[in-house]
Design a binder for this molecule. Structure first.
Ligand SMILES: [Zn+2]
Length: 46
């Protein structure tokens, strides 16, 4: 199960909140977490 890099929650892969970065897909629990990631994906993808 993927983990939301912003808040650490486990998320389902069918979430509507996801982003592509450097060829990987990142999943989020909410629009807010996705937005935070999208503002600084380089920092938040680590
Ligand atoms: Zn989250």
């Amino acid at each position: 199960m993927p983990v939301d890099k912003i808040c650490g929650m486990k998320v389902k892969e069918d979430t509507p909140y996801k982003s592509q970065f450097q060829g990987k897909t990142f999943y989020f629990c909410s629009a807010g977490c996705k937005e935070t990631f999208d503002k600084n994906p380089l920092k938040n993808s680590r």
